[in-house]
Design a protein around this ligand. Structure first.
Ligand SMILES: Cc1cc2nc3c(=O)[nH]c(=O)nc-3n(C[C@H](O)[C@H](O)[C@H](O)COP(=O)(O)O)c2cc1C
Length: 352
């Protein structure tokens, strides 16, 4: 499947790469930033509460916000009540979703305590009923997908929980499955287990005669990792989350490597600074300065990573952005960096 764009039900994607949902990270501004750089076949919202959407809760509406540049877009729902999930799916369909995804992988207490997220993997018939209810409620043009882990714990892995659930989900009209190669108990620790992903790929392939793609997810941090994931698991596509935080052009690079055999040249410092500026300004545009300043402070250590070199570190720039009191100060810090300031020489005097 290397170099082959994905087909998710009736929706043809431009690549086989997906931007992963990451609560608190994957807002509209971030999705557009990654898309603009190229290679993103599908991006997904953070997990959304159907209850919040239906009640018009401002936080849920902000998380679900999309626009004409944010296409195709998956809206991810979490919960355990089939009726509520189906109503949430209709809301998503009415508010711009190209795809509706069910969260079956979240390990966070707040979510699993209410039987949602990866807790759904502990009740395969219940999870299948949710998918069935959503599929019945959605118009045909909107495909249903699910994102899961390998199971709750080692016992679930031995019991082939992910294989069973994935196959049964396809029986009720789920047309793509993403598998994060860890159990719930592993959370984000330990290595992503590609052998586990491979087993789901093989089971779903056999069960559906290869008609339902399985995407592999976990620890893909470079274009080469994406190809290794596909080679080792046989997956049809790859979902990338944390690997995009410092390099939102990873999709462009991974797609370039698949389709041309080469990775495009690494962006210059000026291009990286431009990516940071545009991301920041989009957050201001889609939300407000307060939100943008808060988010850029929490993200800046990732964003400046590519600006570190053997000769100098971008730590002073990071510090200047983190302490910026207004939007102008963020832009001024980037200007100073590009003028050769706000760099710390490695072993030499810092140019702050
Ligand atoms: C901070 C954070 C938030 C996440 N939020 C979600 C979420 O809302 N929905 C979801 O399905 N997965 C979520 N995930 C899991 C990611 O989508 C992905 O499966 C995981 O990070 C492994 O992929 P990666 O190694 O490419 O990051 C989250 C992960 C992190 C680190």
């Amino acid at each position: 499947m290397i170099g082959k764009p994905l087909q998710i039900g009736p929706v043809a994607l431009e690549s086989n790469l997906m931007l992963a949902p990451m609560a608190g990270y994957c807002d509209l501004a971030w999705r557009i930033t990654c898309r603009e750089l190229g290679g993103v076949g599908l991006a997904c919202t953070d997990l959304l509460s159907p209850h919040g959407l239906l009640r018009g809760n401002q936080e849920s509406l902000d998380l679900a916000r999309t626009n004409e540049f944010d296409q195709p877009i998956g809206m991810q729902l979490y919960g355990a009540d089939p009726k509520l999930m189906a109503e949430g799916a209709i809301w998503a369909a009415d508010h711009g979703a190209t795809v509706v995804d069910i969260n079956m992988g979240c390990p966070v207490d707040k979510v699993v305590k209410k039987d949602g997220g990866s807790k759904l993997m502990c009740d395969v018939p219940g999870a299948v009923r949710i998918a069935q209810a959503i599929r019945k409620a959605l118009p045909d043009r909107i495909p249903l997908t699910a994102k899961m882990r390998l199971g709750w714990d080692e016992q679930a892995v031995d019991d082939r929980c992910a294989e069973t659930l994935a196959c049964q989900l396809t029986d009720v009209g789920t047309v793509a499955i993403t598998v994060h190669g860890r159990t719930t108990e592993m959370r984000f620790k330990g290595d992503c287990r590609r052998d586990g992903i491979r087993r789901v790929v093989e089971a779903v392939g056999e069960h559906t005669n290869g008609t339902v793609p399985v995407l592999g997810n976990g620890d893909v941090k470079s274009p080469e990792d994406a190809i290794d994931m596909m080679r080792e698991t046989g997956c049809a596509g790859v979902m990338i989350g944390r690997g995009a935080l410092a390099r939102p052009w990873i999709f462009r690079d991974a797609w370039g490597l698949q389709t041309t055999g080469t990775v495009p040249p690494r962006p210059s410092d000026a291009e990286v600074a431009c990516v940071i500026r545009r991301y920041f300004d989009r957050m201001r545009e889609y939300r407000d300065d307060h939100y943008a300043l808060h988010k850029i402070r929490t993200r800046v250590s990732w964003l400046v990573k590519p600006l570190n070199s053997r000769e100098s570190s971008a730590k002073p720039l990071q510090q200047a952005i983190r302490t910026a009191e207004d939007a102008q100060a963020v832009h001024a810090a980037l200007d100073r960096f590009l003028a050769g300031e706000l760099r710390a020489g490695r072993g030499a005097a810092a140019t702050v």
